[in-house]
Design a protein around this ligand. Structure first.
Ligand code: UDX
Length: 436
């Protein structure tokens, strides 16, 4: 099939590349000429495991092309994916100006039947708005479909190629049939393509992300409570998670959820509730609890240094909002660093992928190390904020040698309490025994 993807951010690029992988002819459109040039030269503009192999293979096979020309893109595809940003607007609701701007251009230039697919996470009712916007400018027949993505950064290629489910929101038989044909190769395992109306599909995405953010937040509160009463959240987590109604995943406490999706989507759903005269009080709590959780280590660090953080050097392992990505959007590490800088500490940071992005934000105000141990040189404490595998099995002797003070503040519960007790390192983690 001929496919066009408008917007080559992380979702658009993964979508375009994976659709080319199953033999479709894909054109990706972006207004950023520099980015398009780079992609034409075979440079993948984001870090996403396994994407580069598919990207190069499909460019070589001429199934994946890039252009800045909207008209060329619109002409090409029978299905047009909109993978455009929907940033958080000033009032917390999703900003639809990119999506509706492109809808207007489609309306002005469409000359034959197309299926327009909302791939971006958009509020309930957006498919209707896109349809109305296009209709203002044309009488040509078209359909609008809501097809939310459920891609996890770091696993996006795998999630796209082997999805647990595909949600298609549409009221047009013709569009549903085309979408089913497109996605059939991805659900050979028997996983479902779930067809529903546009609004339910739009809400499914928000509900799924908000539920997961709530699950994590609930566990973060249980962890905080564990510390108060001397329980161990690791044990509670396993005890709870083995109940299949609860499930083991997304029960890991830490210094809060971040990333490009959860924070934005929870706020947008809360805001959408308000607009519909419905108060999502659970989401209000989730937002507030997560805000506090992101800096939950700060009072613990302050206690350790008896209130005197100024002048201390703190090593930080992990800057990305989670492992296997260079994405630092809403990364809890940045909230921790901001607080520590405010209190007068110096930062020596290391992250396997995210340092260039962080450097753009902080410039020279923090130091970057070329490896995890270099970050520890003469530091007064180590803070762990992202659970990269490389941090999971460190050389504790080296840690003790390099740090002025053998103390670790672990925001991701990477180490076994018993192991670390033997190492004679002070160790503060989330919801477990504090070794101080
Ligand atoms: C998420 C959804 O999982 C995906 O389906 C959606 O399409 C986009 O948003 P992503 O943001 O890439 O994906 O990351 P995810 O792995 O879901 O983690 C989100 C945040 O939750 C991270 O900050 C992570 O550290 C945190 N998290 C996750 C926890 O704190 N505890 C957990 O148990 C799981």
């Amino acid at each position: 099939m001929k496919i066009t993807v408008i917007g080559t951010g992380y979702v658009g690029l993964v979508t375009g590349t994976c659709l080319a992988e199953t033999g479709n002819e894909v054109i990706c459109v972006d207004i950023d000429a520099q980015k398009v040039e780079k992609m034409k030269e075979g440079i993948v503009p984001i870090y996403e495991p396994h994407l580069d192999v598919l990207f190069h293979r499909n460019i070589k096979a001429n199934r994946l092309q890039f252009t800045t020309s909207f008209s060329e893109g619109l002409d090409h595809g029978e299905i047009i994916f909109l993978a455009l940003p929907t940033p958080e607007g000033e009032d917390g609701s999703a900003d639809l100006s990119y999506v509706l701007g492109v809808a207007q251009s489609i309306g002005k230039e469409i000359s034959e039947y197309k299926v327009i697919v909302d791939k971006s996470t958009v509020p309930v009712g957006t498919a209707d708005k896109v349809r109305e916007t296009i209709k203002k400018y044309t009488t040509v027949d078209f359909d609008v479909v809501s097809n939310p993505e459920f891609l996890r950064e770091g696993f996006a290629v795998d999630d796209f190629l082997k999805p647990e489910r595909i949600v298609i929101g549409s009221s047009s038989e013709k569009a549903i049939e085309l979408m089913q044909k497109l996605y059939k190769p991805f659900v050979r395992s028997g996983n479902p393509i779930i067809v529903m109306d546009e609004k339910s599909a739009e809400l499914t995405k928000y509900a799924a992300n908000s539920f997961l953010a709530t699950k994590i937040t609930f566990m973060n509160e249980i962890a905080n409570f564990c510390e108060k009463v001397g329980a161990d959240v690791d044990k509670v987590r396993i005890g709870m998670g083995t109940d299949s109604r609860i499930g083991k995943r997304f029960l890991f406490p830490g210094i809060g959820y971040g990333g490009s999706c959860f924070p934005k989507d929870v706020k947008a759903l809360y805001k959408a509730g308000k607009e519909a005269n419905y108060n999502f009080s659970i989401l209000d709590s989730v937002i507030r609890v997560n805000d506090v959780q992101k800096t939950i280590l700060i009072p613990k660090i302050e206690d350790h240094f008896k209130g005197k953080i100024a002048g201390k050097t703190i090593a930080v392992w992990g800057l990305a909002f989670k492992p296997e990505t260079d994405d630092i959007r809403e990364a809890p590490a940045l909230y921790v660093i901001d607080e520590l800088l405010k209190k007068g500490a110096s930062i020596q940071a290391f992250d396997p992928e995210a340092m260039p992005n962080v450097q753009r934000r902080y410039g020279d105000t923090i130091q970057f190390a070329s490896n995890m141990y270099e970050a520890l040189n003469k530091a007064d404490a180590l803070v762990i904020s992202t659970e990269w595998s490389i941090f999971r099995n460190p050389d504790f002797i080296k840690i003790k040698e390099k740090l002025n003070n053998a103390v670790i503040f672990d925001g991701r519960n990477l180490y076994d309490i018993n192991d670390i007790e033997k190492e004679k390192i002070k160790y503060v983690s989330i919801g477990r025994k504090q070794i101080i």
